[in-house]
Structure formats: C-alpha cells, structure tokens
Design a protein around this ligand. Structure first.
Ligand code: E4P
Length: 217
C-alpha cells in the first residue's frame, strides 16, 4: 500500500520524504486555509519537494469553472492530480480530464455506488472518507472493503485512496483489505514508526554499548 501524506505543510512533507515514507501528497481547501498561502505557489513548492502525485482540489461546483481551475492546477507541475468532488459535474469533469490524459482524484466519496460511478468516469483515484463515516457510526472500513470487491469484480483500475484516516488501526485495516493508497496526516504516519518494545530494546542496547567502552571508528 502506498502512503500519501494529507497535508499542505511543506516542513512535514519534506521530513517524511527524507525518511522515504511517502509516495505522494493530498491537499484540500481546508488544508490550504491552514497553510495560509496562495494555492498555486503552495502546490508548486510541494511538487518540488516530491515527484509523487500531488492532489490539488478545484474550488468550484460548476462544470466550466471546474474545467478552468483544473487546467490551471494541472499546469503547475506534471505530478499534479486534479481533485474533484463526487457530484454529477465532478464526474463530468473527471471524464473530460481523463480523456485529455490528466490524472484525477474524485473526493468526498461516502458510498460504494459513488465509487462505482467514479471508476466509470475514469478516475485515477477515488477517495472514500473512512474517519468521517466512523464519526456518523457507520463503519468506514466496510466501505473500503466493498469498493475493493466491486473494483476487482469488474477489473476497474481506479485506485482506492483510503482518506480521512485517523488511526494506526485504520492504516492496518486498509492495508489488509487491499486499498491501493492511504492518505494519512503526518502525525499519524510518524506515530506508527514507534513501538514501546523498539524503545525498550534500544535503551538496553545503548546501555550495553556504553558498558563496552567501545566506539565505532
Ligand atoms: C482526503 O483527500 C482529505 O483531504 C482528507 O483525508 C480528509 O480528512 P479529514 O476527514 O480528517 O478532514
């Protein structure tokens, strides 16, 4: 399973990129608001830090405006993925961008039927929001499993991008189900590096090494 980091914070992206942990980046309007920078400048800098796919989201809901904004975003760098909402206009825009050979990420997906439509429109990625479904007492991970089965049933090559991931268990379950990608906040990605037995073992090795009186030269 690939990891994308769900952030527009350059320092976070750079750190995870240096550790070889991430394969790409997803942003959304709320993350751009948090970064408090002009979107074109921000996405350009993110695309300089990583050559993996970088999702940038259109801000309009009318088809012509989505097409115009998507083209502006795609012109920023070759690794931009145009992120479109799962609406009828979003699906129309997805189909057109796909025909033009551009990559798309259809976002705000909350049902298996919506994911089926995104695949039929030719989406490169579909983003089902696991955490936000969990918030409403619906098991978000069941949606990932349903989409996996439906895409496999019909041989769709749209990639399942498990989004709104909040916990280490979400990551593990998404990987077991076979999601193609999980987009994860930087703090959650850094948290899964750690294990108490790793820390305990390291403390022991450091103490024993000190007792040897040796240095590695
Ligand atoms: C996905 O692309 C979204 O940016 C993101 O995963 C939403 O997560 P949230 O529900 O934590 O805002």
């Amino acid at each position: 399973m690939k990891f994308f980091v769900d952030t527009a914070d350059i320092a976070e992206i750079r750190e995870l990129q240096e550790a070889g942990i991430i394969d790409g980046v997803t942003t959304n309007p709320s993350l751009v608001l948090k970064a408090n920078r002009p979107i074109k400048e921000l996405l350009k800098e993110i695309c300089e830090v990583t050559d993996g796919p970088v999702s940038g989201e259109v801000a309009s809901i009318e088809l012509d405006d989505m097409m115009r904004e998507g083209k502006i975003l795609a012109d920023i760098a070759p690794n931009i993925v145009i992120k479109l909402p799962l609406t009828l206009n979003g699906l129309k825009a997805c189909k057109r961008f796909t025909q033009e050979g551009l990559n798309t990420n259809v976002t705000l997906c909350f049902s298996a039927n919506q994911a089926l439509l995104a695949a039929k429109a030719g989406a490169t990625y579909v983003s089902p929001f696991v955490g936000r479904l969990d918030d409403t007492n619906i098991d978000g991970m069941e949606l990932i499993a349903d989409i996996r089965q439906i895409y496999d049933n019909y041989g769709f090559d749209t990639q399942i991008l498990a989004a709104s991931i909040r916990t280490a268990n979400h990551i593990r379950e998404a990987a077991l189900i076979g999601a193609d990608v999980a987009t994860v906040p930087a703090a959650t990605l850094k948290a899964i590096v750690k294990h108490p037995l790793t820390d305990k073992g390291l403390d022991g090795f450091l103490a024993d090494w000190k007792s040897t009186g040796q240095t590695i030269e």
